[in-house]
Design a protein around this ligand. Structure first.
Ligand SMILES: CC(C)(COP(=O)(O)OP(=O)(O)OC[C@H]1O[C@@H](n2cnc3c(N)ncnc32)[C@H](O)[C@@H]1OP(=O)(O)O)[C@@H](O)C(=O)NCCC(=O)NCCS
Length: 154
């Protein structure tokens, strides 16, 4: 199978949003994250457009040989005032039909390569700890706990 990992173009956004929809449905089976309303999907279109156009962000896609996008990773560079440049992985999603084939790992490695090329020495990710596949994946990639977010319904 010919694998293509490449920087996303504006023409890819529709395919990326489809993978995002799949990722939200998958995430919602572990713990409800959000509803796929028109407003959410429109907002994602805007965010992905910015990820393609902003030089401080990167969006890589993994494309099946049929041309269909089945995974993406979105990273940004944060510039806190007190430390160096920090890479933030905002989203990594692989379509349910293609999980456990090494695609997440390949997308992650592409993103890390880009962060290194941008002089980033520390990379952070936030994910839902109630999602066992995300927890297992990020532990396997070597990420260690740092901050913890807790919530209370009010
Ligand atoms: C998390 C996610 C991106 C992993 O992608 P993937 O392509 O299936 O992962 P890979 O095949 O590259 O897995 C790499 C390693 O991570 C670990 N891993 C991944 N999924 C796992 C699972 N469900 N259970 C246990 N370990 C898992 C394994 O060690 C795996 O290596 P192995 O298959 O050789 O054992 C994918 O499950 C996903 O898109 N989930 C929904 C969205 C999400 O939760 N994203 C993360 C938050 S940003």
């Amino acid at each position: 199978m010919t694998v293509t990992i490449e920087r996303a173009r504006l023409a890819d956004i529709e395919g990326i949003v489809e993978v995002f929809r799949d990722g939200v449905k998958s995430q919602n089976t572990f713990c409800h994250l959000l509803d796929l309303t028109e407003g959410v999907l429109n907002h994602k279109q805007i965010q992905f457009r910015s990820a393609v156009e902003d030089e401080g962000e990167v969006l890589f896609t993994w494309r099946h040989e049929t041309g269909k996008i089945v995974g993406y990773i979105w990273g940004i560079i944060k510039r806190p005032v007190d430390t160096g440049r920090v890479g933030q992985i905002n989203e990594l999603v692989v379509a349910t039909s293609h999980k456990r084939k090494g695609i997440g790992r390949q997308l992650f490695q592409s993103c890390i390569g880009w962060f290194r090329s941008q002089n980033v020495q520390r990379v952070e990710v936030n994910f839902n700890v109630q999602n066992p596949e995300a927890s297992a994946f990020w532990a396997q990639m070597g990420f260690k706990p740092f901050f913890e977010t807790r919530f209370l319904e009010v």
